[in-house]
Design a protein. Structure first.
Length: 338
């Protein structure tokens, strides 16, 4: 056993999913998850991924348990991610990883964002590496792009960066959750896994969508509008730019060849219902990610009416309500065998 392996510990960390208001879609480097555009998100409360990592000298290969089941496919992706940490710490032993979500993995709630944020924190702490939040965000990004944002709470921006090594493509907090306590009502319209994952969808879009350059060229203006709306707590302005970014991302992806169509009928019904509510004066807007679920974002007083409207739609299977939450946090870290 090397000296580094002698000090191996185990750690447990928790992180929340985030929802992008100004969307990430497209990579300038696939291996490092470097985005072609910056993005801006809100971190949720209540829902979380909780991950424990134990580095065990007697373990030759990594073992990964997700929601109580051993997951061989994820073990490869997680193993490659942990290799970066092992290299940094000078440790070669395998890891025993247990991760669970307190929300349905297929609910379109970015479990890869919360999962890799929790894994980055638990894995680094288990190896005794002390990384600050920026270093953790850089690390989490390499597991899943949007995980860079789940390291932080509240309103978060992730810069596309310019460097080939990605050291400037990192998230940072803009405003804390308490600054503007928005509510998020998730209308679940399908629990089936999506046919085309985000990474593949982004690549197909970049290669074949005629709107790719317009998407990249207009992102900075959207980010500036969103930052200003958050700073001024101007709900109407945030609603306008967020729905624009969402619809623009889907239009971009729909125009890929073959076109990417992440919505079902209930997705459209929920989007229309949100717009009808807003026309009646209810402060709410929608956003939709690479899947069929609709996230309705509203001011706190409107949350009950929005949730009720979503529940009344026949194609909505479940409604999950949350507020804005904090960044990733360490639950415990201890020396192995302690
Ligand atoms: C986002 N999405 O900004 C966008 C909007 C989906 C639609 O980030 O390949 O799982 O791991 O970097 O982070 C989902 O993509 O993709 C995503 P990878 P990720 O939230």
């Amino acid at each position: 056993m090397t000296k580094a392996e002698d000090s191996v510990r185990q750690a447990t960390a928790q992180a929340h999913p985030n929802i992008a208001l100004i969307k990430y879609w497209g990579k300038r480097d696939v291996a490092l998850n470097l985005p072609v555009v910056g993005s801006l998100s809100i971190t949720l409360d209540r829902l979380h991924s909780c991950t424990t990592v134990r580095f065990l000298p007697e373990l030759a290969a990594d073992r990964v348990w997700l929601n109580g089941h051993e997951d061989l496919a994820s073990a490869r992706r997680i193993g490659r991610f942990l290799d970066r940490l092992r290299e940094r710490a000078g440790v070669r032993c395998g890891a025993w990883v247990e991760s669970g979500n307190n929300f349905p993995t297929a609910a379109g709630l970015a479990s890869s964002a919360s999962g890799f944020a929790a894994l980055a924190l638990a894995g680094s702490a288990a190896l005794g590496l002390t990384l600050d939040a920026t270093e953790l965000s850089l690390l989490a990004r390499q597991g899943s792009g949007s995980a860079a944002r789940s390291i932080f709470g509240g309103f978060v921006e992730w810069s596309h960066g310019e460097r080939a090594d990605g050291l400037d493509s990192v998230a940072h907090p803009i405003r804390p959750a308490q600054y503007w306590p928005l509510r998020v009502v998730v209308a679940v319209t399908s629990t089936a896994s999506k046919a085309i994952g985000s990474s593949e969808g982004m690549q197909r879009t970049a290669l074949t969508s005629p709107y790719q350059s317009a998407w990249v060229d207009t992102q900075e203006a959207d980010l500036a509008r969103a930052r200003a709306a958050i700073e001024a707590r101007d709900f109407e302005a945030l609603a306008a730019v967020s729905e624009h970014s969402c619809l623009k991302m889907h239009a971009l992806a729909m125009a890929a060849q073959p076109g990417l169509l992440y919505w079902n009928g209930a997705t459209l019904d929920a989007m229309h219902a949100v717009r009808q509510l807003r026309a009646q004066g209810v402060p709410v807007f929608f956003t939709v990610d690479a899947g069929p679920q609709v996230k309705a974002i509203c001011l706190p007083d409107a949350a009950n009416a929005v949730a009720e409207a979503m529940r009344s739609l026949s194609g909505v299977l479940d409604v999950i309500e949350c507020g804005l939450g904090e960044g990733a946090c360490l639950i415990e870290a201890e020396a192995a065998g302690a």
